[in-house]
Design a protein around this ligand. Sequence first.
Ligand SMILES: [Zn+2]
Length: 919
Amino acid sequence: MFLCTAANAEGERNTSDQPWWKQKKIRYFWGQWNRYQSEINQDPRGEPHVHGPDVLNPAKYLKETETLIKNLGDVGATVFVRYRPGYLAGPMYEENQARMAREHGMRYFGIIYLHTFAAEAKLFCPDRRISVDSEGKPYGHEVYGLLPCPLYEPAYRKWLFEPTLDAARSGLVDGLQMEWEPYGVRSEARLCFCDDCFQTFLSGQGETLEDLPPKDQRHGWLEQGDHLEGFNDLFAERRAEMFRGFAEEVRAIKPDFIFAGYDMLQWAPEIAPGLHHPDAPFFHIDNRHQSEAHNRTWWQSLHTYCKKHGYIRIGGTNGHILFGGQPYTAVSASKILYELAIAASDGYWVWLEQELTPDTWRTFWLANRMVQATEQKVGDFLLQGEPDTRFASVVEWSGDPVFDDMIVQRTYRLNDRHLLHVNNVHTDWPVRLRLRFPRLPAGSKWIVSDPIVEATYVRERRQAVWTAERLAEGIVASLPKRSELFVELNPTSQEEIVASGSVLFTDEGETMPPHPVGEPFTPSSESDDDKPSLAVTVTERMGYDGSDGWTIGNAIHTIGADGGETKRLRQVKGYLWSPSFSPDGQKIAFVHDTNGRGQIYVLDPDHAGSRWTYNSSSAVAPTLPDGSRWVNLSNNDYCDRNPVWSPDGKRIAFVSDRDGDWNVYVMDADGGNQRRLTDDPGQDSQPVWSSNGKRIAFCRDMGDDVDLLVINADGTDEKVVVRYLDDVWDPAWSPDGGRIACIGVDSPNENALLVVDLATGKVKKVLRMASLRGPAWSADGKHVAGVHGGGQKPDDTGVFLVDVDSYAPGFNVWGLVGGLKEEKNRLASAPSVRSYSADPPRDWTRASWYSKGGGSPRWVVKTFSSVKWSPDGKQVAFSSDMSEDGYFYVYLAPAAGGGKPKRLDATRSAWPNQIDWRP
Ligand SMILES: [Zn+2]
């Protein structure tokens, strides 16, 4: 591209001085290689699971292996992982294989399976120290072998360390894949309460006991003394230390030996820090996006977690899923691999246990070429660029949070050049975006281009130079469904350049026709016993009405808790969000979000809209009369969202992108005196007031993780109150002001309901489950209700309720903290629905990219959201699509539990309702 010659020369790719895993995206191939052609699957003994060179014709085996490895070389494989058949199968590498892999330009990894551990430990260490679980029993199984204490080094040495040292000494092996997939009793013991583990903890604490408690009482003893977390931490530290010592021995032989863990972060996340070294990073072979809970898209799966720890993360999939002939997703197998490598991780892995057909090879060839093509254009950014936290902000044009969730944004910096990578993850819908670049130096000038199509973004008269100020306003771009966009910024010292090559015209920070301002009003003070008690959003129609890009008609209704009379307060094109009653119940604040602009309005619920009675056979509400009383408090060209009333009703806190990125603002209740409270490069969201109105809590996304902060309502004394393992979200301030509940990523596999005591700063884990959202306090401050999802089984999403002071989660057999102890903690739940009758290989909930982003979901995970307590504390309202007709409705459930949730038929909506109770 002629315009950027200077910049490109400056940043010319030079990968040779980089370690191999940074030279290109990793194509990581592993599988049961001896099944790759039907001929060598012929087992003379007729035992389908006994494979290996020893039972086959060795010459033929060698020839087939050579063909396989040559083909993998042709499709760009960078790592070949050995298949190690059966148990006790000798060294973890095969000399011929290793040499062939290297001849064809690949790295060669050995492999070990956790499920061989129990048998080997039993065989090689008959006197091993046996593990003790929380009930005082050994982990493992009499037949397969009782599992040793997970800190009993000799068992690991015999099974894992010694063969690995042999492999490293051979000079033929570049790494080891450690398969940590659990096979029940043949896996590894977890949190262990044996004499050694227990005694070590006690001495560390300076505790002395005359006699150790009996094995079956140790867990209880720790729990009573509030020691469980400390015990857990010590276990994790000692395990990391044991594996660190081992990794150091291996690196003394081969300094860049790589340890790759499959499923390891899910089942034993404490090992990876021990194996990781900055000069030989831990490879996380991630399968989580195939089966994770539906609270995050697969594009984000463990991304920040791995980046923060410096791990290489490789996403991938099994051949039978990729090629199984089932319509998992509306994109092709090669495209899935491409997306994994470019957008979601540091490469792709494929596990193969099937015959490899010409179609399989063609898919790999194509995926490789697609990745190569992008590497050639922007590989320097993707491989060597620094993440450029929040250098760009992206606002989805229609204002639909479902679409917002489907936008994935990554930013990179390389010297003085920038790259923005945006993905529309959605398989069904295109999106339109405003891309803003708020943090460029004042007065700087830029050439903006699409490096993939080698075209330059121009303004009027093909003018290619953009000022920082214009880029802060943004450019507008459309993305087709399931597509990506790269935008590159290169600095220029020129004042003006008329582009003569390919150009892209763009709307500069375009905004659509202004939002109507409405009429000011004085809220009614007249008493009315008949005032409806709930405000809800309802999506009333979808479709194209022929005038412009509108697709959604959205309304705010008030409705009685008995479900009877409904009042429609506003109906508009675009989206209405966040209806929120003022503390005196006289006003409702809400957001009208469309055209890249969210505007905060208030209306008078008692002098707006029209009453009607819901009738399921003709559920058409009357048209709104003119003269409704409502007013636009925002009145700007930017996006304001999340209005929340101060407890005295005099102010409204909200977030806005008006100054470039998302910050927290406060205004008076009439829209006056708008001022910014926070000013930082992070993305601030979800403001909530303390009960005395003096402080505001909010979440801040700094790119690597999301923290919970508190700031005084006058903008002073900002501080972090929860910085957790990974992200923290959904803050809820307790009614007495002393605590904040929120949700955090607790392990790579689970969320936790956290309660932070603001006086002590102590964070208590109240509940752990696969996914949690939207905690809400009861008015008496004793209970928290919210939304939970299950694990991989397609059965339990719903609404939980826990007593935050007495509820303590118990340990299950894996030593992980379990979920809901009792049925009475479940106010509502719904099974997921199998969407078609084809027989999937496993009954997992294929969430996120299959159900949300995919064209043909196998399981539809039922959604619950917007949990809100009634002012009298007797009921909890929530929105769900658990109804058989698939629509969202508002439901009311008795907070005492035990009752079936009551559906309010008049709230039927195509999207989740947002709910507030009238005070
Ligand atoms: Zn132990």
